[in-house]
Design a protein around this ligand. Structure first.
Ligand SMILES: [Zn+2]
Length: 349
């Protein structure tokens, strides 16, 4: 893609597929600690971060998102490694840049909820602005095509992120997505469609929701956002089986133990591939232009979204084809025994 692609795609109603979910994937693989959730893997195993970027592009991602999520000053202070802040951010950006260049995909910077924003305490607002500013400048210096500001439960903090990108980003487009908690409004009481409309009017190139909610509980909010917003909208759910009763991954209960599933037992609540396919169809039909998956994302899910959206994914070469399966496949190619006796034995007839 050329460097004007992002704005052109978004202005012309085209779609963009964006892989997220790096934190959870590296936690699952044993390179990142659940709890603080700081992307130390960027410095400790940069080759693995590069590989995951490449894998997500292989599965259809049009964008390489620099892995700076929770790589901000407050999170690094929390684990006593604030001195690594700049080197970690610059390294994450340079890894992502290398992959974006090699694969012809877009490069995105990433800022997120700071965990220190307090809506009634203006003193925190300037600290938050400063945290955004330094990350925006590093992203800009790395040559990003746009900057993602994501996972904001508070509308006020999302606006600070947008303002920081506008002030320090030298015109770089901003994608701002909110994390929707269990109620119908942001934590500061604004309906999500209204919050997105205000962000759009304030200059965000794309607005929408990411993280927290899974497909079934995020889509109803997207319907309202589509009705309210004029420009491109974004939807990047987690890949867990949330619903009306348990709308966020944080609220999910393990069906066997009846205990909180987040984050340790979330694997018991993973979406099926069919659910991801249904979600992608709903978003495509709704007109969600900026589509992706957040925590829990894996390449086999992402490839499905790419295929539903009609995007090229090299990994589609290996999309399932059960016609060649000895038990379920083409009956003319396999002995009848395998279809009947084996199926009975495996209790799948
Ligand atoms: Zn997430």
């Amino acid at each position: 893609m050329d460097k004007d692609s992002f704005q052109n795609l978004m202005k012309n109603g085209k779609s963009l597929l964006v892989a997220e979910g790096y934190l959870f994937e590296f936690e699952r693989r044993g390179y990142l600690k659940a709890g603080a959730f700081v992307p130390e893997v960027v410095l400790e195993h940069p080759e693995l971060v590069k590989q995951l970027h490449e894998e997500f592009v292989h599965a259809g991602s049009d964008v390489v998102l620099a892995f700076t999520y929770y790589g901000h000053r407050e999170k690094l202070r929390l684990i006593g490694k604030e001195h690594l802040l700049e080197v970690m951010n610059r390294k994450a950006l340079s890894i992502a840049s290398e992959v974006a260049k090699a694969t012809g995909t877009l490069l995105a910077g990433n800022i997120c909820n700071t965990t220190i924003y307090r809506r009634n305490d203006p003193d925190t607002w300037q600290v938050v602005r400063d945290m955004f500013k330094e990350q925006v400048i590093w992203a800009l210096e790395a040559g990003v095509d746009f900057i993602v500001g994501e996972t904001f439960g508070e509308f006020g903090e999302a606006m600070l992120a947008l303002e920081s990108i506008k002030e320090s980003g030298e015109g770089i487009p901003a994608v701002i997505t909110l994390a929707a908690p269990g109620n119908e409004t942001t934590m500061d009481g604004i309906p999500f469609d209204e919050a997105c409309r205000r962000l759009e009017e304030a200059g965000a190139a794309v607005v929408g929701l990411n993280c927290a909610r899974g497909p079934k509980s995020i889509v109803p909010l997207m319907v309202k956002i589509r009705e309210t917003c004029k420009g491109p909208i974004a939807c990047l759910p987690v890949t867990y089986r949330t619903n009306n009763e348990y709308p966020t991954m944080q609220s999910l209960i393990d069906p066997d133990t009846k205990k909180q599933a987040f984050p340790y037992d979330l694997p018991a609540q993973c979406c099926s591939r069919s659910e991801i396919e249904e979600f992608a169809r709903e978003c495509r039909d709704l007109g969600v232009e900026y589509i992706g998956l957040c925590c829990g994302n894996c390449s086999h899910y992402l490839r499905i979204v790419a295929e539903v959206y009609g995007h090229h994914a090299p990994a589609s070469k290996f999309s399932p084809d059960m016609s060649q399966h000895f038990m379920y496949g083409d009956k003319t190619k396999f002995h009848q025994y395998f279809h009947e006796e084996t199926a009975r034995a495996f209790k799948c007839a």
